[in-house]
Design a protein around this ligand. Structure first.
Ligand code: COA
Length: 259
């Protein structure tokens, strides 16, 4: 795989996806987005990959879309960039496997938006979150105005989107933007522990739960309930459902085969 700005390492069922453009705090230019798309496609196809962890370096998860690239642009450039970023981020959000953003340092603009596409957000105690696009005369263009208010309360989202306020990990935890804050030195280990827990889950049910939540959020309650019912019933065709319930009745731990 020909990657320039992202390192991909697959280890014990986990894909470790690391942004690697440190000289620009991992800012997202079209080449970084194309690398991300290649990696997401690989994660979709490779059955050995069960969980995906996205991370940056100590100083930055991702400090946003590349301002140097955007500064030179016109409307056409902006459309091309957002066509690409939206496509890649939608694909990441729809990945039928659990995704974890393990965030240290700056997660700004597009970096915050990439994290919002993941199922879980773990933050190091040095993480800083923000959608500072307004300070550049624009608004978030990679889903921030839509995904953030769906995750945190509207006022907290407004502070970030309309004032460009940056917040630290503890505040991100308080408003529900992240699920856990850990010391920086423990971040990778915490991501590994979460990945291991997810890998113990029956895969078809894990996938169904993710699909029901994600699809349901974008529809009416009535349609969402229908999505849930369809997936619930579908799971009764899996070996793992038989095993899970038999194991309960036999008072033993289930041995899931993800079938
Ligand atoms: N796009 C392009 N380059 C970026 C960038 C971005 N979003 N964020 C950081 N960089 C570059 C800097 O220009 C600098 O490059 P240089 O050494 O060639 O000048 C390098 O990364 C290091 O950043 P620097 O600003 O020197 O680090 P800092 O510790 O002083 O400040 C930030 C860190 C994150 C506060 C600051 O870089 C920043 O505000 N970045 C932009 C954040 C943003 O607005 N993101 C949303 C974009 S839509």
């Amino acid at each position: 795989m020909d990657l320039r700005y992202i390192n991909l390492r697959v280890e014990d069922g986990t894909a470790w996806v690391q942004f690697n453009r440190p000289e620009k705090l991992n800012a997202l230019n079209p080449d970084v987005f194309r690398d991300l798309e290649t990696v997401v496609a690989q994660c979709e196809q490779d059955d050995d990959i069960r969980v995906v962890v996205l991370m940056g370096n100590e100083k930055a998860f991702v400090a946003g879309a590349d301002i140097g690239h955007m500064a030179k642009g016109d409307i056409k450039t902006a459309c091309a960039l957002t066509d690409l970023s939206m496509r890649v981020q939608e694909r990441l959000a729809d990945l039928p496997k659990p995704t974890i953003a393990a965030i240290s340092g700056y997660a700004l603009g597009g970096g915050c938006e990439v994290a919002l596409c993941c199922d879980f957000r773990l933050a190091a105690d040095n993480a800083v979150f923000g959608l500072p696009e307004i300070t550049l005369g624009i608004i978030p263009g990679g889903g921030g105005t839509q995904r953030l208010p769906r995750l945190v309360n509207l006022g907290a989202a407004a502070k970030m989107i309309m004032l460009g306020e940056m917040i630290k990990s503890e505040e991100a935890l308080r408003i529900g933007l992240v699920e856990k804050v850990v010391p920086l030195k423990n971040l990778k280990e915490e991501a590994r522990i979460l990945a291991s827990k997810l890998m113990e889950m029956p895969f078809m049910a894990l996938r169904a739960g993710k699909t029901a939540m994600r699809k349901g959020l974008n529809t009416s309650l009535k349609d969402g309930l229908q999505i849930e019912q369809n997936l619930f019933c579908m799971l009764f065709g899996t070996e793992d459902q038989k095993e899970g319930m038999t194991a309960f009745l036999e008072k033993r731990n289930p041995v899931f085969k993800s079938k």
